[in-house]
Design a protein around this ligand. Sequence first.
Ligand SMILES: C[C@](O)(C(=O)O)[C@H](CC(=O)O)C(=O)O
Ligand SMILES: [Mg+2]
Length: 317
Amino acid sequence: MLYSTTTPQAKRATLRELLVPGTARQFPGAFNPLSARLIEQKGFDGVYISGAVLANDLGLPDIGLTTLTEVATRAGQIARMTDLPALVDADTGFGEPMNVARTVQELENAGLAGCHIEDQINPKRCGHLDGKAVVDLDTATKRIKAAADGRRDANFLIMARTDIRATEAGDTGLDAAVDRAKALVDAGADAIFPEAMGSVEEFAAICAAVDVPVLANMTEFGKSDLFTRAQLADAGVAMIIYPVTLLRIALGAAERALDTLAADGTQSAAVPDMATRARLYDLVDYEAYNRFDTGVFNFQVPGTPAPGPSTTGGTDG
Ligand SMILES: C[C@](O)(C(=O)O)[C@H](CC(=O)O)C(=O)O
Ligand SMILES: [Mg+2]
């Protein structure tokens, strides 16, 4: 009922335990607090909170327009609805190294288990688009050092993302990514997010080069093929994110339903694709509120015993 009862400290400790190289833990991206519940119910290990999804949800492109306040607030709303650890995308850290330290503290306050900070220049863009640029090594390592120094809970995960791979072609790009990943670990990164890897072998090269957990980004329509969990586990990956998957699925379904509604004059044909009222109530744990106060709930899930007597005569909506 209400929010997760697992403390942020406990979630951070769990995240640390989960991130073992070669286990390829799956973290689907939650596009809102309720979808984090769904991810938890389906038995996943953790929740990812995507900067692209947070921006797109506001109708904005993912080019660094969202503010720290917006990201920390929304990420906190998502994180508190689940007992799972949540990793949030902190883009370039929302400013200079001093700002990055503050970003980490705000994300700690919001109950996140960790965040990733990337080495793109501002304005940043999606890591799978062409024409990206990265900051020099000194600036990149200063961001990570400031993040690590800023945190107050030693278990808050500071993940360094490097976008350098796609800025140079072929092996040169991979070599640059390996070098930068090592330097970012030396600067204090607890984990590495090598963005836009071209193959499983490239993930394996990064995993072999650093002795911290490595993340694989399985975003659709990007530069990486959609490798399986088994393939990425073999490469030594500790964690896989599916950042925009659920938002894309939900938007695709919403668009089809609107077309149906317009064409048929009724949504009837779309009803089989919907989460039912009962499913929705289950996800928000409606029944627990009724145990707290029997007047709260008078909706009967088909095939289950009737709820207790209503004292308020409330609605079933
Ligand atoms: C992981 C990512 O940073 C995100 O914001 O989710 C994006 C995902 C995407 O745009 O598909 C990325 O830059 O890869
Ligand atoms: Mg992002």
